[in-house]
Design a protein around this ligand. Structure first.
Ligand SMILES: Nc1nc2c(ncn2[C@@H]2O[C@H](COP(=O)(O)OP(=O)(O)OP(=O)(O)O)[C@@H](O)[C@H]2O)c(=O)[nH]1
Ligand SMILES: [Zn+2]
Length: 351
């Protein structure tokens, strides 16, 4: 990614037809554009990693309404020195490999993309204080599969309660999980994060910030850098921020993550990654997800649902889930969670 040049599609050298008169060669629109990785967004200002520099940019007017989010790879022109007070311009957003989005819900009236190009969604839930909410987990799982992210369940505060009840539900589904506590060993979690760009989501109070600060001790400083632009503090900010761990944040380390994602590099050869903290995201409105795609998060119910009539709503009579439940072949809490999600989807859509 380092120093890569952005070449417009119209940068085609057209040979003058027949005649000797040279046609004006079309120049790339932004000859000197360089690629950057968006690490923070706040009030129309984008903090981007360009090479090993942190550059603040605004959106070029020609870019229109499309959103730019944390994780995006963007083409930048203008002052790329990163010196205080300088402002570059984003002239293009590169194609995204994954898009984590949310539909409007009661915490946010607008459908929006939250994060681009992440590999993994780390669903943080406490084992106690606050009590675990499988409904939140299921909602996040649907969002993860919809976005093309691998889910990882992170069960925190293991000093307060054992992980068994949650592990019993989710391990049989093939979900990967780790157990953590703030005074414990985080090496397993760290290894799950290595070689990836991971988005952390969790309800308030589960210990997500504690975890992020343990994983990226300089996070406070890094966050402080972002906020130096806007004068906003971490605790009032609701926008996502990308934090590097294990290697200096530069284009080369990002390039190695990209290679790992594409299978060109073994993740075990890496010792770094990025964490994207989403302080403002407490849940996902899922109205944009088709009911059939909800089932992906409920593989334990899939076989029963296969027996349903084609247009079964899974909510009314005649649903095969009820037959399987009556026969004791399904967990009642799983069926209930699936149905609550189906119902809440409709609620999301109405808002
Ligand atoms: N017992 C126990 N408490 C923890 C643990 N991790 C965090 N806490 C406490 O839980 C409370 C919430 O922690 P935070 O890290 O602020 O939680 P959060 O998920 O970031 O929540 P918000 O700040 O609301 O976003 C704090 O009082 C922490 O000290 C843990 O492993 N065990
Ligand atoms: Zn059904």
């Amino acid at each position: 990614m380092r120093d890569s040049r952005y070449i417009d599609e119209d940068d085609v050298r057209v040979r003058a037809r027949g005649g000797s008169r040279p046609r004006t060669r079309k120049r790339p629109k932004h000859e000197n554009a360089q690629l950057g990785f968006v690490t923070g967004v706040d009030r129309g200002r984008y903090r981007c990693l360009v090479g090993d520099r942190s550059v603040v940019a605004m959106k070029a007017r020609e870019l229109g309404r499309g959103s730019i989010v944390v994780g995006d790879v963007v083409a930048l022109v203008g002052d790329l020195s990163g010196r205080p007070g300088t402002l570059a311009r984003v002239v293009r957003v590169e194609e995204r490999t994954s898009v984590l989005r949310r539909t409007a819900d009661d915490t946010d009236p607008v459908e929006r993309v939250i994060v681009a190009n992440a590999d993994q969604l780390v669903i943080v839930v406490a084992l106690a204080d606050p009590a675990p909410q499988p409904r939140f987990v299921d909602r996040c799982l649907v969002a993860a599969y919809d976005a093309g992210l691998e889910p990882l369940l992170c069960l925190t505060k293991s000093d307060l309660a054992p992980p068994d009840p949650l592990v019993e539900i989710y391990a049989p589904l093939g979900l990967r999980w780790v157990v953590t506590r703030k005074d414990g060993d985080l090496s397993e979690l760290r290894s799950r994060l290595t070689g990836r760009i991971s988005v952390f989501v969790g309800p308030s109070g589960v210990g997500k910030s504690t975890l992020v600060n343990l994983l990226v001790p300089e996070a406070q400083r890094a966050v402080g850098r972002v906020n130096a632009v806007t004068g906003r503090g971490r605790h009032t900010s609701t926008s996502a921020v990308a934090l590097p761990f294990g290697a200096p944040p530069d284009a080369e380390s990002l390039e190695r993550l990209r290679a790992a994602r594409e299978g060109a590099l073994d993740r075990s050869e890496l010792d770094h990654g990025w964490i994207i903290d989403t302080p403002g995201v407490r849940s996902f409105g899922l109205a944009h997800v088709a009911p059939d795609d909800l089932v992906v998060a409920f593989p334990d119910l899939a076989e029963a649902i296969d027996e349903c009539a084609h247009h079964c709503s899974h909510l009314d009579g005649g649903c095969a889930l009820d037959d399987w439940l009556a026969a004791g072949r399904l967990r009642a809490d799983r069926v209930a969670s699936f149905r609550r999600l189906l119902l809440s989807r409709e609620g999301d859509a109405e808002r």
